[in-house]
Design a protein around this ligand. Structure first.
Ligand code: HEC
Length: 442
């Protein structure tokens, strides 16, 4: 398994610039694209549109004849087994649980999933059809309007897109959320324990000022609410604003009471052969270190930090008509140079809002450094390796002999936050009986 991990294909305008990571970068570690996937069984998983079915809604009388059972910890599939299509198609159009339906959205996505492992790594392969006849590798940009560089392109649940003031532009993603049995109810109720009123694009959303005034969010230095676990709140409703103290939360983390959450990203990680690495506890936190992407805004000048290196990329910026035809990621170590405010900018020139870097990623946040997706004939195929036996305090260590609860989600067609298609939770065993058993490779 000591093949080099090659990123040469499909890189649009990187003409002449060879974009191949050296074999040495992966010395001693497995290449997920070298696995013989034809020998690994494929599981079909239905991902469905969840609307605004939050933790609080599921425990309210509106979840008819099911609120008490859900509170008691009954599994969703105890009542909803095989109903993914029915629920997804019901919630994707106008519904009490969907106040912002997205035009033309599909209720269900069929995911083909494979999992294998050897003595060093777990290997995952995902395949799904995109709604659009292009891959979601574009992401919001700064666009020059003749005078200023302004944010351009937003996710499709945003009012500016639904009102036609901005185009829907957002990367595709594939996410995995994992527990090793330490988070109460996750095995039975999956990602719905992380999804709460008050979060972005959810009901009862507080203002940024309200969030900043809250003790927990002040300590976190955050101004919005994202996924969290009920164990980090003090009330039975698990309200966003009833956070435990940082000391109590640190104890839960030390005892392993968090979920691993990692995302392969079509714009912000795939171009450098990576996925990100986060965990869910009192917030959706990044693992320690640095993820493969960061803001491309200079805090002082409010202008972009980097533009494309014309010698490598072919131009200093892109135009809207190009972004569906080629990868436009701004890669710090490959195709980026410091932004020049005095270059001959024309109205409509665009530069990515994020800068991506494999070299700058580090620590536990950079663990997923072998993932690669290729889009062909309307379908993404993503392969992904993850080390077994990680010892970071913000990771769930996958091991032979272990069984884990996994949930999957994909963001498709220019969308973020809850605008994903999700799975019910399932168990995956590495050499152990489970809903899905990972294939052992020799
Ligand atoms: C005790 C059985 C039971 C459990 C457990 C349960 N549900 Fe339900 N759920 C129902 C019933 C009954 C309805 C109402 C269906 C209807 O009105 O047609 C419903 C409705 C829903 C709806 C609204 C869409 C629809 O079909 O009306 C969603 C979404 C939903 N449930 C998600 C979940 C999730 C997620 C879980 C796990 C956290 C869960 N349910 C657990 C029985 C259950």
């Amino acid at each position: 398994m000591k093949h080099s991990f090659c990123l040469a294909s499909g890189v649009g305008l990187f003409i002449g610039a060879s974009f191949v990571l050296s074999a040495a970068a992966f010395a001693g570690s497995g290449d997920p694209s070298a696995v013989d996937w034809s020998k690994v069984p494929t599981k079909e998983i239905k991902l469905f549109w969840p609307g605004q079915a939050t933790y609080q809604w599921l425990r309210s009388p509106e979840h008819k004849r099911a609120d008490l059972q859900t509170k008691e910890g009954q599994a969703c599939v105890a009542c909803h087994k095989g109903e993914e299509e029915e629920i997804g198609n019901k919630l994707v159009v106008e519904h009490d649980l969907e106040p912002m339906p997205v035009d033309g959205k599909n209720g269900v996505i069929n995911l083909k999933f494979q999992v294998a492992y050897d003595k060093d790594d777990a290997y995952f392969r995902f395949q799904w059809k995109t709604l659009n006849n292009y891959p979601g590798w574009a992401h919001p940009y700064y666009r020059y309007d003749g005078k200023k560089w302004k944010a351009y392109g937003f996710p499709k649940l945003d009012a500016v897109v639904q009102d036609g003031k901005q185009p829907g532009i957002y990367e595709d993603r594939m996410s995995m959320m994992i527990d090793d049995g330490k988070v109460e109810n996750y095995a039975k109720q999956g990602c719905w324990i992380t999804c709460h009123n008050g979060e972005r694009d959810s009901p009862d959303r507080p203002t940024a000022d309200e969030v900043k005034a809250n003790a927990l969010f002040k300590a976190l230095k955050k101004k919005d609410v994202r996924k969290y676990l009920p164990s980090t709140r003090t009330d039975e409703e698990a309200s966003w604003d009833k956070g435990k103290t940082p000391e109590e939360i640190a104890k839960i983390k030390a005892a392993g009471g968090f979920l691993d959450l990692m995302q392969w990203r079509g714009h912000r990680s795939n171009p450098v052969g990576m996925s990100d690495d986060f965990y869910v506890l009192e917030y959706r936190n990044s693992d320690a270190g640095k993820n493969p992407f960061g803001s491309n805004k200079d805090k002082k000048t409010k202008l972009p930090k980097y533009m494309y290196d014309e010698k490598v990329f072919g131009s200093k910026s892109v135009r809207e008509e190009d972004i569906r035809k080629m990868e436009t990621a701004l890669i710090r170590e490959k195709n980026a140079v410091p932004f020049d405010p005095n270059a001959d900018w024309k109205e409509g020139d665009m530069i990515p809002k994020y800068v991506v870097s494999r070299e700058d990623s580090k620590g536990s946040a950079a663990d997923n450094n072998r993932s690669k997706g290729v889009w062909k004939d309307g379908m993404w195929t993503v392969v992904w390796a993850r080390k077994l036996g990680l010892t970071n305090p913000d990771d769930k260590a996958l091991k032979e002999g272990g069984v884990y609860t996994f949930s999957f989600a994909t963001h498709d067609d220019n969308i973020t936050t809850r605008g994903h298609h999700v799975s019910f939770p399932m168990s995956i065993g590495f050499g152990v009986k489970a809903d899905i058993e990972a294939t052992k490779l020799n």
